[in-house]
Design a binder for this molecule. Sequence first.
Ligand code: ZN
Length: 324
Amino acid sequence: MNAWNSRRHPRARERAAIPALAMLAAVALLQSVRAETLAPGEFEVETTSPGVYVHYGNQEEMTPANAGDIANLGFVVGERCVAVIDTGGTYAVGSALHRAIRRVTALPVCYVINTHVHPDHIFGNAAFVEDAPQFVGHVRLAESMRRRGPNYLSALFRDLGAAAQGTTLVVPTLAVANVERLELGGRRLSLRAWPTAHTDTDLTVLDEQTGTLWLGDLLFVEHIPVVDGSLRGFLAVIDELKTLPARRAIPGHGRAGAWPAAIAPEEAYLKRLRADVRAAVRAGIPISKAVETIDCDTAERWQLVDRFHKRNVTAAYVELEWEQ
Ligand SMILES: [Zn+2]
């Protein structure tokens, strides 16, 4: 649904105005009481190309110590305004990103783009509400955030405690159904919404000027790839991604690299996963045994294998066992 595209649906903007004001008040209140969990000096951004800044998240699960700073985030600076791409796992991380932007430029933040629904990419949004940007996401993102958000939030506060303070759900005001171009003043971003792959809300952002492609979790580097959408869809989307006119890729996790070479290890992992699971299904091996016996043959090159490989096998098995 794209009821959240306020440009096409003026009434949606009116409906969204009340929750936005309430959010603003809540944020202001929480700002005054929240603990400072990330000191300004701890949050580094690097320039990968002129006007393109990336913060590399820790290659860890979310903990109180990292305050949800586990995904790559960043921003692109035009002549008129700034676009933020992903905001981190908590309000504290979003605030640290906000301060990092202010060290670089005083231009307004006009867009906050979320690459997909996962909590480590969306929960810093609240730190940008006062800038009154357009919050931008895949056409399915608002619905997905509403569906998953309450559970994500309760898990976040349970696991992170005080480090989660101020974190709220802020849904998109601008929905991307296919391709959308955002103008930053002398600089354009080309956004594209993808069919189900890593999740069912994946969105890429191409900075046309520098050929920098932000892939969110359609690209994992070092961090083992994770399938929360469709394995077959993921591989089909990778085939198309490789044809995009980009020179440099910024993954959701791990270091930036040359495009399309950066996606080769992920593609090889996912193809091997598909082959191994298909073989298990055809051999009549039950899912419980497949999860125990299908190893990650490239484990030495990935981080967080123990956390995600068995989950990937489970997801792949459930998807592939109904293949014709
Ligand atoms: Zn993700």
